[in-house]
Design a protein around this ligand. Structure first.
Ligand code: ADP
Ligand code: MG
Length: 640
């Protein structure tokens, strides 16, 4: 067999497959280029799931006439000059491969104009460059990619349906909106606006992606621990999703998928959610570069941390502290409203047309349709939570309760800016504003003073009824009591105030060398929560006392669970297992449904809940359901 040098054509097609394998990766590369070019407005239009056309328009720096051919060359980049620069990369791209790769497998055209220069265009068909020509265009760059993979039938065959490819592009775009809330994005698929953001901050970007009502269901957090900053939005305890596609994590600005962080958040929600319910979150982790190893391969969303435990502990404690302080009863609604997407579709439809091309010299004259809207930003009072090394001692992390999400929505100041908004804009966005204002008012009322609740009796010996203002609250006595006991037990443990109860006969666990080492390492933790443990030779551990709260527990089952988690997250998982045990203990000790409480007991229960009507039992079932007077009146058709 002869060794052949591959022709540039073949080589480029192979290389292209590594950078761009699907339409969404083309979108990702082109938008990253626009971001790198410093654009403040980026429009993405696609047709036929991106197979037919992808066009990205930006108002960034533009490409100089003489550089246009270079942009198409492989390994040509303006972002990296020497190998040393590799260690201080500040741009999303740097390999200089994307344009060359995409151009090899499509019909591509770039029109670009730098400030104070003329616009030029250069097209390329299946890797064959055309000539640089004068063109018309605003400052910035318009990249059009038609008929992706038209010359690579094998790859074309492997693409998914237009709808599926479009959905994947949608996810990529959602991530851009969320990770670059300072940039104004427009995303249009087959002529319909799917997303539109105005560069006015994260809350607004969230609303643009998920619809305005998302903010009412979220808690904004901003915390710092161990030099790790966590900020973003978490769904509240009554807001959950059927799968993980509603979770976004950005580490140092980059979208990633990471098991450690995923597990930490999931476990923090564990006592609030039922099986197959997943929390919603958009979280940003800023970590010191030395503890993170971002795999810089453009198609990988992986990230590795030098110390998973620190990251886990940090995320877990912040998220669980926030959740534990977030009170909100599950609301009973007559005719549950239809889901948001339909509504959002409406809002989008009535939104103004996007800027189809960047305006000349955008700094001086922002696009007229954009400016009025940009002025409407959602001001959200930030809650600054700074953690020390551990959770606050001395009871619940109360300071969170003092600071639930406060949403101060500024009145639109659009009229102060150039031009009045059109009627359609007014509608969609005034609507959003009103909604946000209502939500914020609602949030403020969420916590109920125990004394303002009047006990009205019980139903089925299980549900206690209370009245406050124009709402009735139904409290599941078992679920609520369980939660109170659980929190109390956990509080004791966290304060190292657990009591232990000596056993009549000590319990011996026979273990192998690894298990022994693992247990020995965790002796101090076990002792802190009330176990009395010591080494018994070098292949057994003796347990001579157990925590009072867990008396009668199945020690065998407990320790096999502890040991089965040895491989995974080690000590951290141990804490989770203990929590699980606590939940069971609390459940056993709590008053049961069917047990009649005296009025006195019912009052004590509500007082112990301390106004936290968002309580859920440790297994995630709601403890409180709220029904407004108006909902009742709807049932009786007094109002419609
Ligand atoms: P990389 O982004 O890794 O540098 P690309 O192939 O994506 O490689 O782009 C090659 C070069 O083309 C970039 O370094 C940049 O100089 C230029 N370029 C590409 N897209 C744009 C854009 N939208 N605005 C300005 N310059 C761009
Ligand atoms: Mg690039």
């Amino acid at each position: 067999m002869n060794i052949n040098l591959l022709s540039a054509d073949v080589y480029n097609k192979i290389a292209a497959g590594e950078v761009v394998d699907r339409p969404y990766s083309v979108v990702k590369e082109l938008v990253e280029n626009a971001v790198d070019a410093g654009a403040s407005e980026i429009a993405v239009e696609i047709e036929g799931g991106g197979k037919k056309r992808i066009r990205v328009t930006d108002n960034g720096s533009g490409i100089a006439k003489d550089d246009l051919p270079l942009a198409y060359a492989s390994h040509a980049t303006s972002k990296l000059k020497s190998a040393d620069d590799l260690f201080a990369i500040r741009t999303l791209g740097f390999r200089g491969e994307a344009i060359a790769s995409i151009a090899a497998v499509s019909k591509m055209d770039i029109v670009s104009r730098r400030a104070d220069e003329d616009a030029f265009s250069l097209a390329c068909e299946g890797g064959a460059l055309g000539a640089v020509r004068p063109a018309a265009g605003a400052q910035g760059t318009v990249v059009t990619v038609d008929d992706l993979f038209y010359n690579v039938p094998a790859r074309l065959k492997f693409l998914k349906s237009d709808a599926q490819e479009e959905a994947d592009i949608g996810s990529v775009m959602a991530r851009f909106l969320l990770s670059h809330p300072e940039i104004s994005f427009t995303y249009i698929a087959n002529g319909k606006i799917k997303y539109r953001s105005f560069g006015d901050g994260l809350p607004a970007a969230l609303a643009a992606v998920y619809g305005a009502d998302i903010l009412g269901n979220c808690i904004e957090i901003d915390a710092e621990k161990h030099g790790i900053r966590i900020h973003g939005f978490l769904g509240n305890r009554n807001f959950f999703k059927p799968n993980r596609t509603w979770q976004s994590l950005f580490v140092n600005g980059r979208y990633v998928v990471n098991q450690t962080v995923g597990a930490a958040v999931t476990n923090a929600y564990a006592s609030y959610l039922m099986k197959r319910q997943y929390p919603f979150y958009v979280l940003f982790l800023d970590v010191p570069p030395e503890i993170v190893d971002v795999n810089v391969h453009p198609n990988k969303a992986d990230v590795r941390f030098a110390d998973n435990q620190i990251v886990y502990g940090c995320v877990y404690s912040v998220v669980s502290a926030v959740l534990d302080g977030n009170s909100r009863a599950l609301e009973y609604l007559v005719n549950m409203p239809k889901t948001a997407p339909a509504e959002r579709e409406e809002q989008i439809k009535s939104a103004p047309a996007p800027v189809s091309a960047p305006q000349p010299s955008s700094a001086a004259a922002p696009s007229s349709s954009g400016s009025a809207l940009q002025a409407m930003s959602y001001e959200q009072a930030k809650q600054e939570v700074r953690f020390d090394v551990t959770l606050p001692k001395g009871g619940e992390p109360r300071f969170f309760e003092e600071a639930p999400v406060r949403m101060e929505v500024r009145a639109p100041v659009s009229s102060a800016r150039s031009g009045e908004p059109s009627a359609a804009e007014e509608d969609a966005f005034a609507e959003n504003q009103r909604y946000l204002r209502e939500q914020s008012a609602k949030m403020r009322q969420e916590r109920v003073e125990p004394d303002s609740l009047t006990y009205k009796g019980e139903l089925f010996r299980t549900y206690l009824i209370y009245e406050a203002g124009d709402a009735a609250y139904f409290i599941d006595q078992h679920a609520a009591h369980e939660r109170i006991l659980y929190d109390r037990l956990r509080g004791k443990w966290e304060n190292r105030a657990a009591l232990s109860q000596p056993m009549l006969a000590p319990f011996l666990i026979t273990v192998n060398a690894q298990e022994f080492a693992f247990l020995e390492k965790n002796f101090s933790l076990l002792r802190e929560i009330g176990f009395e443990v010591e080494a018994f030779g070098d292949d057994a551990v003796k347990v001579s006392a157990v925590p009072v709260d867990l008396m009668g527990m199945d020690l065998n089952a407990f320790f096999s669970e502890v040991l089965s988690s040895m491989e995974s997250l080690r000590a951290i998982r141990l804490a989770d297992i203990l929590k699980d045990k606590l939940a069971t203990a609390a459940c056993k000790a709590a008053v049961k449904g069917g047990e009649a409480l005296t009025e006195q007991e019912a009052r004590t229960l509500i007082r112990e809940m301390d106004g936290d009507l968002g309580l859920k039992c440790p297994h995630g079932r709601p403890a409180v359901v709220k029904m407004k007077k108006s909902e009742l009146e709807k049932l009786f058709k007094r109002i419609v």
